[in-house]
Design a protein around this ligand. Sequence first.
Ligand SMILES: Cc1ncc(COP(=O)(O)O)c(C=O)c1O
Length: 361
Amino acid sequence: MWDDTGDQYLDLYGGHAVISIGHTHPHWVKRIEEQLEKIAFYSNSVRIPLQAELADKLGKVSGKPDYQLFLCNSGAEANENALKLASFHNGRKKIIAFSRSFHGRTSLAVSATDNKNYIAPVNETDNVLFLPFNEEEALQDCFQKNGKEISSVIIEGIQGVGGINVAENSFLQKIRQLCDEYGAVYIADSVQCGYGRSGKFFSHDFAGANADIYTMAKGMGNGFPVAGLIIAPHIKAKHFQLGTTFGGNHLACAAALAVLEVIEEEKLMGNAVTTGHYLQEELKKIPELENVRGKGLMIGFDVPEGLKELKNNLLWNQKIFTGESRPNTIRLLPSLALKKRDAEDFIEALKEEIEKIMEKV
Ligand SMILES: Cc1ncc(COP(=O)(O)O)c(C=O)c1O
């Protein structure tokens, strides 16, 4: 990226994990421009062939060709619809969510978010049960006590806002098993950790257990607002249950198709694995950094109190954008096209800034 004076920046944050294939990727620009010349929007009262094209492509790239697609506009909306659909499906009201989760700011999504500051009194509900992340025993106990009331379990495969916490495979397998046993719906919130960022299309799939619904947004449009959920075939679509005016409009579909085409063409999931691996290995060698974690190009590490200016110094001295998660985590969420060369530059810049701060102490 360049600012108004022509200075160049390396963006390792992607505006909140949104930039998946790179800012203003030429194929993405072309696809949107061409679509704009034809038609930008018509409502879902008519059939929009681009939606079918997107559903097919998404099914293929994600490895879930038999799932149905519902399109909307934001991550919160995707989760809102997923939770609602689960409740329509099994007629139940209770939702299990986890400590440090973030699912969005609309009413039900925010109720399932573990941050009191975001929950207005009107969003408070007894329907959401919060359990400790990655603790199988607590999950098992909760199902044993309330199993027949539980409509859905919603979980991020890698918590983003909560600080890059990876869900363990055995924990996700346990969710699958308990949801099957008790007739609950397993919702994989892939808004931040999905769309190839982890090196698999959905990070939940490292566990080898399918979710019933996957929600997605952020990287799906590379900056064009588009989101969606894919729904396993046993959950039948019924007329009037879900609906949207803007969701799945022509421009959004064109942007989303462009993203999938580039992910395939440029083998970006493979790049996320190799460049992500390189970054994690190099970060682990820096003794001042703690608890390096994540998968693919979704990486977090903790910074001790003495290095708390590090994130700002990277931006102002090195022109590198990174993200944070309070209190002391730096989050890396770059484009999946991040080059090894840029990753190397980042590691060098990081070492230099750490050294400068240490010299002052
Ligand atoms: C895991 C997760 N779910 C849902 C959301 C909400 O998405 P949006 O801001 O598009 O509504 C976010 C946003 O940060 C997120 O990280």
